[in-house]
Ligand binder design. Sequence first.
Ligand code: GLU
Length: 462
Amino acid sequence: MTRTRFAPSPTGFLHIGGARTALFAWAYARHHGGKFILRIEDTDLERSTPEAVQAIFDGMAWLGLEHDEGPFFQMQRMARYKAVIKEMLAAGTAYPCYMSPAELEALREAQRARGEKPRYDGRWRPEAGKKLPPCPSDIEPVIRFKNPQAGSVVWNDLVKGEIEIANSELDDLVIARADGTPTYNFCVVVDDWDMGITHVIRGDDHVNNTPRQINILKALGASVPEYAHLSMILGDDGTKLSKRHGAVSVMQYDTDGFLPEAVINYLARLGWAHGNDEIFTREQFIAWFDLTNITPSAAQFNSEKLLWLNQHYMKQMGATGLAPEIAARLRSKNITPESGPDLTAAIALYVERCQTLNALTNVLLPFYREATPDAALLAQHLADAARPALAEFAAALETVDWNTAAIGAALKDVLKRHGFKMPQLAMPLRVILLGATETPSVDAVIALLGRERVLARLSGYK
Ligand code: GLU
């Protein structure tokens, strides 16, 4: 059975790159009817925080990437790692190394001076017929993995193709520090083994770890999973995605008014394609997803496309579906949606014009709180000559049937009597009623705002 995992280190928020990795690992498991496992790699005590763990849970939940097993925490598995190290020492696939940090540094210095790549020279590596130095009593040894010296490690990376690394390139990795704590690569190996991972899908910043991990797995007699290393994500400008590019934390997209469906759809297309399909549901994505269509080259972020997708999903949700979201966002600005026009009608009128929930919320604000027209805008759009016409229209609004068509007819009537063109009244009306120059058709806006509010707002301008 297919078993994938997402194994973030909780050292910050769940960022876009991590979310894309999680999405692909999740979709692969779902596509193959397998299991998706969440593992928190929290052994870096200095950089891991409980807040970051929570941020990962929140981000995954918001995206709807539910796991089947876990979350497992590496810090809770220390006894297991230590037991495996003991077994390896007994089996001779690992050995203690008593080199002091100062000695190691001196060795590296000498290698660098000779123009060589710094690497452990194997001085404590036991070999048949080799005499090891006497163990110093004042040094706690580190434990090193006895990496094979001949041959090479080859794997067929499901994204990058065949990769071969000569074992002569790999020195004997430290798998436990002098204080007994296991090191990062070792914990990953034991976890992938214990958790029965069949496909390791992760960022290609880990590609250099893979040959070492494969060698350790083999030494343990574990089966070696398939590996798929995903290329990185670049920002809009082609440089490495970073905070400079705005929202890189997944939850920031929620704050900024994006829908999880849009973000999922967007992330899916970062490095993966199904023909020319740009818009697809979660179910379609699961049905189509495979590792065969992933590009090995870097994917580029495209903010415009994310906005476009978000608007698509907003329209698809429709006014009724969006109303609770928008109501919550209005409330967070201390506005009670019940105190203004019908929210669903307001959303319906504006949704085509907005690409995010926040943009939609902001554009609706003047419907739910007092509007104070900007003096400069007003001076620009309200000509003195238009005031009597405005007063006449206000008077007509006191008795007109309250619907868009009747309001529109009343407006045209006034325009005609004064020989005005539409913008001569529509523009000042927009500025007075909503403090904006761009709105949907002015009769529809007036109808939505409601007679009382319209008359109150017009009363000062006659
Ligand atoms: N913990 C690693 C990270 O957050 C991922 C390790 C892996 O997937 O093997 O980058």
